[in-house]
Structures are given as C-alpha cells and as structure tokens.
Design a binder for this molecule. Structure first.
Ligand SMILES: *Cc1c(COP(=O)(O)O)cnc(C)c1O
Length: 339
C-alpha cells in the first residue's frame, strides 16, 4: 500500500501509478490504453481548449472492513456522461467502455485505495474532451476519454458538521435553458468567481436561485439542495440543476425510512419553513447547512443553533455511508465490488 497520511489528505491531486485512456477517431472508439504518465499530448486547436467541449464525472471507491473495494453506482455516472456528451455534441462513451475503464483504473491503483476506517476514499475522475483540431465553431471529430484516480481525505475532518451558505443574486451559475443539467467544465468556470467569493467570506457554498426570476431554489454550487419538514424530503426540480446521483440515492433511502419524497419547485420563501436543510453530492454525501445568509437582503435563517446536524440528515448520511463501506447490505444493487 502507498505510504500516505490517509486521514489528513485534502481534496487535491496525488499522482497514482496508472491512468486509462481511449481515443475516438474515424467515428469509432479504439482500445483501452494504460498509461503511467499523467500528461497528455494535445493539439493546440483542440475544441476542448477553445469551445469548452469537455465533460467530467466524479465517483468514489471505498475499502470495506472485509478488504473488498466497492465502487458506488458507476452505471449512473456512465449514463450522465452520455447525457453531458449529447448536450455539447461530443462522441458518447458507451456505458460498457466507461465501466470497464473505471474498474481498470481502480484495479491498477489498488495500492492507493485508502484503508477502511480512515474516512478517506479513492476519487475517480472520468474525463471526456474534444481533441480534434478545429478553429471554426463546430464539434470535433476526435475525442479522448480518460479515467484517473486520486486518493482524497475525509470531507469532514472534525466530524459531520453543519456549515453556512450564502445567497448572492449578482451571480448565476447556469442559464434556465442552458447547460446547468450537464456536468461540463463551462458551468464550473461560470461559478468560479461566486464560489471563491463565498469561500473567502467564510461560506462553504453559494445557494443559487433560479437565474430567470430569482424566486426558486436551484442548487448549491457543486451540490444539490434538500430540505426536511413534516416527515418530507423535499428537493428542487429545475431544468438547470445537475441531476446528482447522491440526491437520487438519498431519495430512495429517505422513502425507505418512511419519509415522503417530493421533487418540485422550491420557492425562496419556503426556506424558513424547513427544520433541516443540506447539500448533497459525492464529495461529502451530505453537508448539512447551519445557516443561510441572504447577502442582498441582509437576513439569515438559522437551522443549527448547537452546531449539530439535524437527526434526519444524520440518519440519511449514516445509511448511505454504510452502504458504500459495505457495513449495510446493498439491497438496491448500487455497489460494484472490485475483487
Ligand atoms: C457533480 C455535481 C453535483 C453532485 O452530483 P453527485 O452525482 O451526487 O456527485 C451537484 N451539482 C453539480 C453542479 C455537480 O456538478
């Protein structure tokens, strides 16, 4: 096993031994290649550099107490990357190829899967870019799909703890009929300025309102939003939200726990009626929200007075983590075990 301080890793980049690549040329995907260099050679006129033909995914592999490595819902990531590719006219990676590449990248770097109990995981980053040279604005005819992995530390170094978020109406993340529902780099470029501003002011994320009317909740930077009240799990529905696989999974678990699951538009005014609110995504599973500040109206809604997460968020979080770590039976068929 690699000698790393597993519990103190951050969410940076650590080189592992291998990455996996596949090229799309002449209208067909080639063979999977294994590389040990983490550099790629790229044409300076590649469409990914000029016109943002780039989509990515993020998922994790976990070491269980039983010594088995578990990958969470990679078939869903495969589907989502296809929808991203479709959305910005890139070649689609067949689901089988996607999953084969992910498994291969994990198997080849098994020394970097953090040990059980460290709270750390192996982050898997599939990436699809337009590599064909093209100066006119049109889709490339050549693409590169690659998968690299890097160990990441526990999201909550001081335990599962709520943090504040902020509403700032001067920024939009995605246009109402734009690409907000695709996992493409362009959305991240659009959210960089607001995200960094929020961080520098002590917030963990921007809570975006819908870009058109600023009346409804969209999502939280790189995570979906949910609220809990009256035994209901409520999450916004909008064409500009990225469909989170964590959110999709939490909905299933919430329903199994006896909560009513509701996806609909969530008006701004409803925020103060929730007992618990949180963000969800692969990085943290759930990141409970302590407080929502409205930077424009100078108001605040406080959800956690004692610095502790709400009981429903805590239960949902534990349950999903236990499935990922193999402590809970995988009755939904979400886990791929790498032997
Ligand atoms: C990736 C992402 C999420 C979270 O999705 P998961 O599949 O749960 O990791 C949420 N919002 C945005 C904008 C994202 O890019």
């Amino acid at each position: 096993m690699a000698k790393l301080d597993w519990s103190n890793l951050n969410f940076g980049y650590i080189k592992t031994d291998y990455n996996v690549r596949c090229y799309y040329r002449d209208d067909a995907w080639g063979e999977l290649e294994v590389h040990d260099s983490d550099k790629i050679e790229l044409h300076m006129a590649a469409t990914c550099l000029h016109y943002g033909q780039e989509a990515f995914e993020g998922l994790k592999a976990f070491m269980g107490e039983d010594g088995k490595i578990r990958i969470f819902r990679m078939d869903e990531n495969a589907k989502r990357m296809q929808s991203s590719a479709d959305g910005i006219l890139m070649a689609k990676v067949p689901s089988e190829l996607f999953q084969k590449a992910v498994i291969k990248a994990v198997e080849l770097n098994r020394d970097y899967v953090p040990p059980y109990g460290s709270g750390a995981a192996l982050y898997i980053r599939p990436l699809l870019i337009g590599t064909g040279a093209q100066v006119g604005v049109k889709p490339a005819s050549e693409y590169l799909f690659m998968v690299f992995v890097t160990p990441v530390g526990p999201y909550f170094k001081e335990g599962f703890k709520p943090t504040p978020v902020v509403i700032m109406r001067e920024f939009d993340r995605a246009a109402p009929q734009g690409t907000g529902n695709l996992k493409v780099g362009g959305n991240y470029a659009a959210g960089m300025r607001s995200g960094i501003k929020a961080h520098s002011e002590g917030y963990s994320a921007v809570l975006y309102l819908d870009s058109k009317e600023k009346k409804y909740i969209d999502e939280c930077g790189p995570a979906n939003f949910f609220g809990i009240k009256n035994n209901q799990y409520i999450t916004p529905e909008s064409k500009s939200i990225l469909p989170s696989i964590t959110n999709k999974s939490l909905k299933v678990i919430a329903e199994d726990m006896g909560l009513e699951v509701i996806s609909r538009r969530v008006p701004y005014e409803e925020l103060e009626t929730f007992n618990e609110v949180g963000m969800c995504g692969t990085a943290a599973v759930i990141s409970p929200i302590a407080r929502i500040d409205d930077a424009d109206l100078n108001t605040s809604i406080i959800y956690s007075k004692d610095g502790k997460p709400g009981p429903v968020s805590e239960m949902l979080y534990r349950k999903l983590r236990d499935i990922q770590n193999g402590l809970e039976k995988d009755k939904y068929g979400w886990i791929t075990v790498v032997e």
